[in-house]
Design a binder for this molecule. Structure first.
Ligand code: BJW
Ligand code: ZN
Length: 248
């Protein structure tokens, strides 16, 4: 890919990068996206699987689905895109603000990660909020119960109609607003309030770069748009950065 002089110049004179990421960055690790032809919401109903009402109606079904997705996440590995972002930490002050629950940015080595929609590897009791790791769950009898209060345990992810974890959302907002470049990678940009973050970054003066296999709701805000798979584009950006940093 031929990068514009404007983008290369930005990379030269920049300190703080934010990567606002979505399901598309993990697609090349074998984890399904939500929307689009092969997306999860094309085959499953979000109101049944990703809402508290759906969970209360049929906790066994929701648990089965999360256990299936957990298995996929555990069997997958960070791809070249996650790894390139982690390596960029050697050249810039990098923060990842992700909508993903798969933990792949941390597994790739990124040290500063805000998780807007939770983490599929964690669980908590609906009643007393006590956290439970996967190994502490007894899933044989269907929906696991809390050993302290008997309440239902649920995955620690954000479902539709629920508030985002305040510390993660406000932390993500403030790093994005003080970033020099905000990359929007592999997200449809349809889910709010998360999608406000790159827009607010732009309003605060950040240069917005979108990386996606197609145009999205975010494209009209982008200063640069790279159409293609994120693993290869992010690897090319890392190569360019290495050239810039060894020549300066
Ligand atoms: C590639 C690629 C490759 C593929 N390389 N790219 C304002 C307006 C309208 C609605 C709302 C609004 N504010 C709030 C709402 C309601 C709702 C919402 O946004 N709905 C819209 C969908 C219409 N939001 C909420 O309910 C949120 N909470 C909330 O607002 O609370 C406030 C409140 C509370 C109480 C009362 C009133 C208000 C919560 C949202 C929670 C979202 N949860 C999920 C599930 C998480 C758990 C789990 O994983 O099980 O989060 S849904 C799902 O969507 C998941 C994702 O994080 C999120 C975003 O999806 P993402 O990552 O963008 O994936 P896709 O599939 O959409 O896109 C993938 C992209 O990758 C595509 O563009 C591809 O082209 C691209 N791609 N391969 C590069 N190789
Ligand atoms: Zn409890």
């Amino acid at each position: 890919m031929e990068f514009s002089a404007k983008f290369i110049n930005k990379l030269k004179y920049t300190k703080r990068l934010v990567f606002f990421t979505g399901a598309g960055i993990s697609a090349e690790s074998g984890i399904s996206t939500f929307r689009g032809l092969d997306g999860i919401w094309n085959k499953m109903k979000p109101e049944e699987l990703a809402s508290i009402d759906g969970f209360m109606k049929n906790p066994d079904l929701v648990w089965q689905w999360y256990q299936h997705r957990r298995q996929i996440v555990q069997d997958s590995k960070p791809n070249a895109g996650h790894i390139a972002i982690a390596e960029l930490d050697n050249y810039y002050d990098v923060t990842v603000v992700t909508q993903n629950v798969d933990n792949l940015h941390r597994r790739a080595g990124s040290s500063k990660v805000f998780e807007l929609h939770g983490n599929i590897e964690r669980n908590f009791c609906i009643d007393c909020k006590f956290p439970f790791s996967e190994t502490e769950l007894n899933l044989e009898s269907g929906n696991p119960k809390c050993k302290n209060c008997g309440g239902r345990i649920r995955p620690d992810v954000v479902w539709f109609g629920e508030m985002l974890p305040q510390d993660q959302f406000s932390g993500g907002q403030s790093v994005a607003e003080s970033s020099d470049i905000c990359f929007i990678v592999g997200t449809s940009g349809l889910v709010y309030p998360a999608a406000y973050i790159p827009i607010e970054a732009k309003q605060a003066g950040a240069f917005l770069v979108e990386i996606n296999i197609e145009n999205t709701e975010m494209s009209c805000f982008a200063d640069e748009s790279f159409i293609g798979k994120s693993a290869s584009i992010l690897t090319e950006i890392l190569t360019e950065v290495k050239k810039i940093k060894t020549n300066s």
